[in-house]
Design a binder for this molecule. Sequence first.
Ligand code: G3H
Ligand code: ZN
Length: 282
Amino acid sequence: PLVTTAELISDAQRAGRAVGAFNVITLEHAEAIAAGAEEAGAPAILQISENAVKFHGGSLAPIAAAAAAVARVSSAQLSLHLDHVVSEDLLRAAHPEGFSSVMFDASKLTYGDNVKATAAAVRWGHERGIYVEAELGKVGGKEGEKPLDAHAPGVRTDPAEAAAYVAETGVDALAVAVGSSHAMTERTATLDHDLIGRLRDAVPVPLVLHGSSGVPDTEIAAAVASGMRKINVGTALNTAFTGAVREWLTANPAAVDPRKYTAPGRDAMAGTVSRFLRVLGS
Ligand code: G3H
Ligand code: ZN
């Protein structure tokens, strides 16, 4: 069924585990996330990023409706989240499409401007019952960043600043920069576990780890034990999908039916989702 992100995260908080949040680019991603969650017997968050919306020609409605429909027919608890929203127009489009949460990303702005823009996004969201996540610090490797910066550790989140930021903006969850980086295709990131513990003690809201594809299982498990409550995974699904499709097409060079090669790609993503979910203690 389609549930809310707020209930999934508060359930995880009570149980001392984390919710896996996986990026949806195509219908097959949503189907794979549902299948992986069903297999693991765990809930999951289907997240659609602003970049994915751009890929779909700037239209949020079709992919959002598809993901929501996949959630409704699944036996797993699934919620719909709009991820890395920079555009105010897209933020305002979230509500009618059935999103129960958004991540408003003002992390490129100065501290003062980030607070102002995020506080306004939170006011907008809370008037509509939408759970709002925001980022303080910089998790590097986002699309559009210079390739050279791609795997830079970024600027770490400061606990005192994080406490002030949460108080000033009223956000429901905080994405923090603790050593992970977006778009890594190998799992070689090392997290600052001491910093995660200090952030958990300093801020009253759940912490979110972005760029988790590049973080080894042991590091993710330790981060969850230290208080990370939402684990965002995108690239690992695409690595699995593309690897399986490439392998299938290489073995079957004359094939033309997309169902034939998309199916192994979707299965590979489902396997990746269930493996991540098992690490989160769900
Ligand atoms: O918000 C999405 C995540 O941070 C995904 O990052 O593609 O590096 O796993 P990733
Ligand atoms: Zn992210």
